[in-house]
Design a protein around this ligand. Structure first.
Ligand code: ATP
Length: 441
């Protein structure tokens, strides 16, 4: 029985991610840029897998359509949504060391967490989190635009476009994956809170009065998605918003929280947003956004909305934390393994000739070329086979295929399973079938 430990310290994960090509600091050679990260070769595979599972779960159903709205939108969108006036965090500065904090996240009568100075905070002031930029060549000509702080508004302003072109009847949803930007005051904890991130959001439009039923349904669907991607149940929980946390336009909200090494925190928000957004846009644009309900005597009304909003990067961080295991610490058998589910793993199969010999390489390359038609694979020929297995364990590759000298005689290879480390001898002609059975696709 191996003895295994879960991830206890975020620094261990940050170091693995850098060492193995998952995530690098943005602009690293210039000293990095605050809370911006680059996804490396393995990171982007992992991220694409996350997005694909979300897209499939949320849009491969007849009542949901996809959308890809522009990041830059009319500033009036943000006026209507309330972001220009209200998307703020209370900010305090330390008068001694000039560090900035969110007033709602620290004790204002305690010493500064950075320099320990007493009584050093300024009065809280509201700080808008939207990044502002300028459209066109002339700065200051009144052409300010914003990098969107959420993807949801692109969905709301396209509600009628999608509804009418796709001839949708309530209830139906619009789903979108895209970048969002927030000038967070206290970002950090690796990719947990960054200034540029990706959201995966679905707005589900329902008849007013039916929101509770669809909120319950949405919660269940979203919870199950996290489980299906491999997050352990004991690390997931719901956090319903109490009256003091509830946004003024919402009639109910719950977060799905994950037990990160830094503690329980939000991974996804599920919000019952009433008709707030559509009403605001109808008012400010002067456009009639009513839905005509043919099933209810052509009644005209603004639908209510259930929103599910998950950060792609935050879910990806949870997947990394959850998959991380340190086995047999301090012994000869010590290894770090990312126990990703096969559909999440960035690399599915590693193909390795035992040694750098032309015949072995030729055989291995033929196998690789065949498997690469369907799976992301790696080819690795350098170092001892033990070291190569450890590397694949650390990046979470479910299967390793080794071609040895016997392969040239018996037309078979050794396939090693990441989790059990068991090895099986499989005929080359049966690799495709074996791999399909093991991976499940
Ligand atoms: P928080 O309270 O943590 O600032 P929020 O409640 O404002 O987050 P929402 O606006 O509901 O977050 O955004 C939905 C999801 O988007 C969050 O659950 C999270 O997964 C993700 N998200 C929000 N802000 C960030 C960020 N700065 N970095 C990474 N992901 C984020």
């Amino acid at each position: 029985m191996s003895n295994e430990k879960n991830l206890e310290n975020m620094a261990d994960l940050v170091s693995l991610c850098k060492r193995r090509g998952f995530i690098f600091q943005s602009s690293e050679i210039y000293g990095g840029l605050g809370s911006c990260w680059d996804y490396g070769p393995l990171g982007i595979e992992l991220k694409n897998n996350v997005k694909n599972t979300w897209w499939k779960a949320m849009t491969f159903r007849s009542d949901v359509e996809g959308l890809d709205a522009s990041i830059l939108m009319s500033p009036l969108v943000w006026k209507a949504s309330g972001h220009i006036d209200n998307f703020t965090d209370p900010l305090v500065d330390c008068k001694e060391c000039k560090a900035r904090f969110r007033a709602d996240k620290i004790e204002l009568d305690a010493p500064c967490p950075n320099c320990k100075a007493e009584d050093s905070f300024t009065e809280p002031r509201e700080f808008n989190l939207m990044f502002e930029t300028h459209m066109g060549p002339v700065k200051g000509s009144g052409a300010e635009v914003y990098l969107r702080p959420e993807t949801a508004q692109g969905i709301f302003v396209n509600f009628l476009n999608v509804q009418s072109t796709m001839r949708k009847k309530l209830p139906f949803g619009i789903a979108q994956i895209g970048k969002a930007f927030r000038n967070e005051i206290t970002p950090g904890n690796f990719i947990f809170r960054t200034r540029e991130f990706e959201q995966m959001e679905m707005q589900y439009f329902v008849k007013p009065g039916e929101q509770k039923k669809f909120m319950d349904e949405g919660k269940e669907i979203r919870y199950q998605w996290h489980l299906d991607n491999g997050i352990r149940k004991e690390n997931l929980r719901f956090h319903p918003h109490g009256p003091d946390e509830l946004a003024h336009y919402a009639d109910a909200a719950e977060d799905i929280e994950y037990k990160f090494p830094i503690g329980w925190d939000e991974m996804e928000g599920i919000h019952s947003r009433t008709d707030f957004d559509l009403k605001q846009h109808a008012e400010l644009s002067g456009k009639n956004l009513n839905y005509v309900d043919q099933a209810d005597g052509n009644k005209k009304y603004l639908p209510y909305v259930i929103e599910t909003s998950v950060g792609c990067d935050r879910h990806l961080l949870a997947l990394l934390c959850d998959a991380y295991r340190l086995e047999n610490e301090g012994t000869k058998e010590e290894r770090t393994v990312l126990k990703f589910k096969p559909h999440i793993a960035p690399v599915k199969i590693a193909v390795m000739p035992l040694m750098k010999k032309p015949q072995l390489e030729e055989c291995a390359t033929n196998i690789l070329n065949e498997l690469q038609k369907n799976y992301k694979c790696e080819y690795d020929v350098s170092g001892s086979i033990g070291k190569r297995y450890r590397r694949q364990d650390e990046i979470g590759t479910p299967l390793c295929i080794t071609v040895d000298f016997d392969s040239l005689e018996d037309n078979a290879v050794t396939i090693r399973d990441r989790d059990s480390m068991k090895q099986e001898r499989i005929e080359i002609s049966k690799i495709g079938q074996y791999v399909r059975e093991q991976l499940g696709f």
